[in-house]
Design a protein around this ligand. Structure first.
Ligand code: PMP
Length: 363
């Protein structure tokens, strides 16, 4: 295979419950998984019903263009349907963008401590990564703008960012967009947007009208509770979506996923319940971290990055101690954060089990 493919470090996903149960001799039902920023309420009932109805059609291919789902998204975000690209999760969107806009030898700019798939998408097309040092664990947009070169084609920004949970306000993002040269496409990855408080929300999809080089990416995996189905989408002007459409797989979003996503999109109660639980769970975590004297990065997502020790084995050590107690969280050594763990916010009881296990692990 090509050298640039050999150089890729594979994505490290959260450990599956079944694997942890077997490895540590635990009962699957007793395991708490707070590792993948999933929705602790699971699949919305409305989506389950929509999927049940869609099963009868599984003998047919999915709608290759996602007509109904795009119509629903078009209405929600007030953009024409041909400004929308559907993805097999938003990971697919990120990868399609790299394939559509970048070729080997060109460069892609993203931040240190930002989402792991930016590196994979960049390396996967044989492009050069320009990784800009983080500022307070988040994006340093001034430095990122300065890092853009003639051969840069793409910038990835995660807002809120994973794994650190940092957030950049509308003013700063727009100032950045104004500085970015026209030959550079900005993918604004808003996977965790729905967890922001109403006063932090801004209509980034509206900016797509103003900035022809902007693509906003969203997902149904987090707030909408459909991670297992793999549905994401991007909003951008048709000049960009047209290229995305040429390179994507024809049936990249399956029928059940399309049906479930439409239902979830219209399920305001589910979103509201999730946002409330998330805000309460965040308080539960940070109060406990304060009591334990643990440093954490203030988070705007559905997870918190917490520093569990001073040495570079701390993350791995505490992670193992948690696994032995049946709690799965995410070590982030692969992000260059070996002293830290990333914990997804769960239901109150799950959070409590994690916190009790953490106390033991640190004792
Ligand atoms: N972007 C960010 C910032 C993420 O954290 C994630 C999920 N880990 C994704 C995109 C991709 O999620 P999905 O493919 O499930 O939409």
């Amino acid at each position: 295979g090509p050298e640039y493919v050999r150089a890729i470090a594979p994505y490290q996903a959260g450990k599956p419950i079944a694997e942890v149960a077997r490895e540590f001799g635990l009962d699957e039902a007793s395991i708490v998984k707070l590792a993948s920023n999933e929705n602790p309420f699971g699949v919305p009932e409305s989506s389950k019903q929509a999927m049940a109805a869609a099963v009868a059609d599984l003998g047919r291919y999915p709608d290759a263009n996602g007509f109904e789902l795009k119509a629903a998204l078009s209405k929600r975000y007030d953009v024409p349907a041909d400004w929308i690209t559907l993805g097999n999760g938003s990971n697919d969107i990120l990868e399609i963008a790299a394939h559509a806009f970048v070729q080997g030898g060109q460069s892609v700019v993203y931040s240190q401590y930002s989402f792991a798939v930016y590196a994979l998408a960049t390396q996967g097309v044989g492009a050069r990564a320009i990784v800009v040092p983080a500022k307070a664990y988040g994006h340093d947009l001034d430095a990122m703008a300065a890092a853009i070169c003639d051969d840069t084609r793409l910038v990835f920004i995660a807002n809120p960012n994973n794994p650190t949970g940092t957030f950049i306000g509308a003013g700063e993002i727009e100032a950045f967009l104004q500085r970015v040269p026209a030959h550079v496409i900005v993918v604004l990855d808003e996977a965790y947007n729905e967890f922001l408080a109403p006063e932090q929300q801004f209509e980034s999809a509206d900016w797509v009208r103003k900035y022809p080089n902007l693509m906003v990416s969203r997902t149904f995996s987090k707030a909408y509770g459909l991670a297992g189905l793999r549905v994401g989408f991007a909003i951008a002007q048709p000049a960009l979506t047209d290229l995305m459409n040429r390179i994507r797989q024809p049936f990249n979003v399956n029928s059940l996923a399309q049906a479930a996503a439409i239902a979830a999109l219209n399920d305001k109660d589910f979103l509201e319940q999730g946002a409330k639980n998330n805000a309460a769970g965040y308080q539960q975590f940070v109060e406990a971290f304060d009591q334990l004297g643990l440093e954490y990065v203030p988070s705007y997502g559905n997870f918190v990055l917490v520093r569990v020790g001073d040495d570079d084995q701390a993350g791995a050590r505490v992670n193992l101690a948690l696994l032995r107690q049946g709690v799965i969280v995410r070590p982030v050594g692969n992000y260059g954060l070996p002293q830290w763990l990333r914990i997804s916010i769960g239901l109150p009881q799950e959070n409590a089990i994690f916190l009790a296990a953490l106390k033991k692990a640190l004792a």
